[in-house]
Design a protein around this ligand. Structure first.
Ligand code: ZN
Length: 306
């Protein structure tokens, strides 16, 4: 049966994943600058009137962004991924990429690209699980000239069964907050079950987390406002990995917008991690950990009883 699947997977080798795709933007100086800033790359070849694009940006010029490419996408790649999904290989991880550069790209170059499914591996077992490697090759052109090739490999796999970790006799403690003279007042408030927000006495701007000066006016003097404790989830992430012994993943880490307008990062407790939502009303609570650590956390506000 597996052999049958592999035979079907192999029929996708050599089929197109994108045909005559076009870059959403010509090669351009602003994107080059953003890339160099993000990577801290100060190579002078990437600035000035004779600038070239960093070669490793090759893939960037082919990417469809959030809205994707209107044209060029071929069915075969979607079919291949669907076939792997049906076979139980529902997870995906990018494993590696290789690029070849044939000539530099310069601002103004308009790129086109073709992507082919180069290979689909037989069944492979990795630490993540068992599945198939899929390699695509994208040939990038300017006009009729091949300027570079980008190979991208993913593993589509069935996740390995999660091992239950045996209970630990001594659970490691949570990491302790770093208390210093700039934030000591905040932690003293937490011990009293008060969440204190700093307020600039010159311009009344609230700030959180605590800082030595006002980011709005530069004033060094401040007092505090006690937060009402009402807030809403402004954004959140669910932590699955890496596991850390003092925590039980998965758990939700939320950016909570306090009623006073500042935002703080905390945990939403008492709600399953997959039920935390943006916009969810939450209320401050103080939770103790390990017997001697108190942390401000948030609980969902119950809907008013009807
Ligand atoms: Zn100020």
């Amino acid at each position: 049966m597996d052999d049958d699947l592999v035979t079907r997977l192999k029929t996708y080798e050599g089929r197109p994943a994108a045909v005559a795709g076009t870059g959403k933007d010509p090669v351009n100086a602003p994107m080059i600058r953003h890339w160099c800033e993000a990577l801290g790359d100060t190579n002078p070849a990437y600035t000035g009137p004779d600038a070239i694009a960093p070669p490793t940006m090759l893939q960037a010029w082919t990417m469809g962004g959030l809205t994707g490419h209107a044209t060029g996408r071929a069915q075969a790649y979607d079919e291949l991924l669907a076939l792997l999904d049906e076979s139980g290989c529902t997870s995906v991880v990018a494993t590696d990429c290789e690029q070849e550069y044939l000539r530099p790209l310069r601002p103004g170059d308009e790129i086109t690209f073709d992507t082919v499914i180069e290979s689909v591996s037989g069944r492979k077992t990795t630490k993540l699980g068992t599945g198939h490697f899929v390699t695509t090759r994208t040939d990038v052109h300017v006009g009729a000239t091949l300027v570079g090739t980008h190979r991208f490999r993913i593993l589509k796999y069935a996740p390995a069964q999660q091992r239950k970790t045996p209970p630990r006799p001594h659970r490691p403690h949570r990491p302790r907050p770093v208390v210093n003279r700039d934030n000591a007042g905040f932690w003293e408030g937490v011990v009293r079950h008060e969440l204190l927000i700093q307020r600039c006495t010159a311009c009344a701007t609230l700030r959180f987390p605590w800082l030595p000066g006002c980011a709005h006016c530069g004033g060094p003097d401040w007092d505090t406002v006690r937060a009402s404790g009402e807030g809403t989830v402004y954004s959140y992430v669910v932590m699955h990995h890496p596991p850390f012994p003092a925590f039980d993943p998965p758990y939700a880490v939320a950016l909570v917008q306090l009623a006073e307008g500042v935002r703080m990062i905390s945990n939403v407790i008492g709600t399953p991690y997959d039920k935390v939502r943006i916009g969810m009303p939450v209320r401050l609570a103080f939770q103790s950990y390990d017997g001697d650590l108190t942390l401000p956390v948030f609980r969902a506000v119950e809907e008013a009883a009807v």
